[in-house]
Ligand binder design. Structure first.
Ligand SMILES: O=C(O)CCC(=O)C(=O)O
Ligand SMILES: [Fe+2]
Length: 315
């Protein structure tokens, strides 16, 4: 199943596309069952029953204990890909799903960044901000040390969430700002890297919820601005299998578990700031003269690496 030209145009225009029926409801049910085991050590129904009986509400969020950052483990299992459960790990083998990724990335040269189980559990969820205008961000930094550019379709990558169950409006659907992937580079530079309050960004469109039925997958640009919202129904959970992938020609600087995220960053940042462009390229930085370097991206790099001499990269 390929995206139609209209769907692909919508992805480029809006920065996201929801694709229904990519996965079978039956395979989602099996995957969800195993995901619940990893997060709760039992079924979610069993967890709720115990919660009602004991009133005990320990967070089920995974904790990161490893030196090279990945999503981390829960008390009961591993939330980072591969989890060891075929029902979850083999979702990556879905041909139609991979075809849509290739279409969104505009190439068959597709490179894995990161996949993990993303659970938000209504009874303990704290992932959202206090006010509806807060918490907006792009996920781009999760898989790269380089800032956003204007070049949509070249240096961004694609995130996706597979819906293991129906996500209705009361189930904390992620809110996304259509078209914000095209605005992110300028907005982030103007605001100094973080978007505290979307009311200060008049050019942003109204956020929209990404509610969808079981078996759907959301694909979105790593530049797309979005936020978590609270559960209206705190008895619900929201279970996604997530995958991020990049174009092969950016894969040297776009992937998880590299020295730019997690505890290694405090050593690599000052090292990269002081070393030469040639040595930076050994670690995946685009070489001097690469099309990635523009006035906009160099300003972003200066924000991220304030002690770096960027003169050699000037265009
Ligand atoms: O859970 C959501 O709806 C969004 C969460 C999010 O944006 C994130 O964790 O980066
Ligand atoms: Fe996010």
């Amino acid at each position: 199943m390929l995206l139609t030209q209209n769907q692909l145009d919508a992805f480029h225009r809006d920065g996201f596309i929801m694709v229904e029926d990519l996965f079978e409801p039956e395979e989602m049910a099996v995957a969800l069952n195993d995901m619940e085991k990893i997060f709760y050590g039992k079924s979610y129904a069993g967890y709720l029953m115990e919660l009602d009986k004991t009133g005990k509400v320990d967070s089920v969020e995974p904790t990161v204990t490893n030196a090279v950052a990945h999503y981390g483990d829960t008390e009961h299992g591993r939330a980072q890909f591969p989890t060891g459960f075929d029902s979850l790990d083999r979702l990556i083998e879905n041909e139609a799903y991979l075809d849509v990724f290739a279409q969104c990335l505009g190439t068959d040269d597709v490179s894995y960044c990161n996949a993990h189980l993303f659970m938000r559990s209504g009874p303990t969820d704290q992932r959202h901000s206090e006010h509806p205008w807060q918490g907006y961000h792009a996920d781009h930094g999760t898989n790269t040390f380089l800032p956003t550019s204007h070049a949509i379709g070249s240096f961004d990558y694609v995130n996706s969430g597979v819906y293991l169950h129906d996500v209705d409006d009361d189930c904390a659907p992620m809110h996304v700002i259509p078209g914000s992937h095209r605005q992110a580079a300028d907005v982030l530079l103007r605001l100094g890297g973080g978007i505290g309050d979307i009311r200060e960004v008049p050019e942003f469109a109204e956020p929209v919820p990404t509610s969808a039925k079981v078996g759907s997958a959301l694909f979105y640009s790593s530049y797309l601005v979005h936020a978590a919202i609270p559960f209206e129904n705190k008895r619900k959970q929201r279970a996604f299998w997530t995958l991020s992938m990049a174009r092969g020609d950016t894969s040297r600087w776009t992937k998880l578990a590299n020295p730019w995220s997690g505890p290694e960053q405090q050593f690599f940042q000052p090292f990269w700031e002081k070393t030469t462009p040639r040595v930076r390229s050994l670690f995946g930085w685009p070489e001097l003269g690469h099309a990635y370097y523009t006035e906009t991206t160099l300003k972003g790099i200066a924000m991220r690496f304030p002690n770096m001499d960027l003169a050699p990269y000037q265009v």
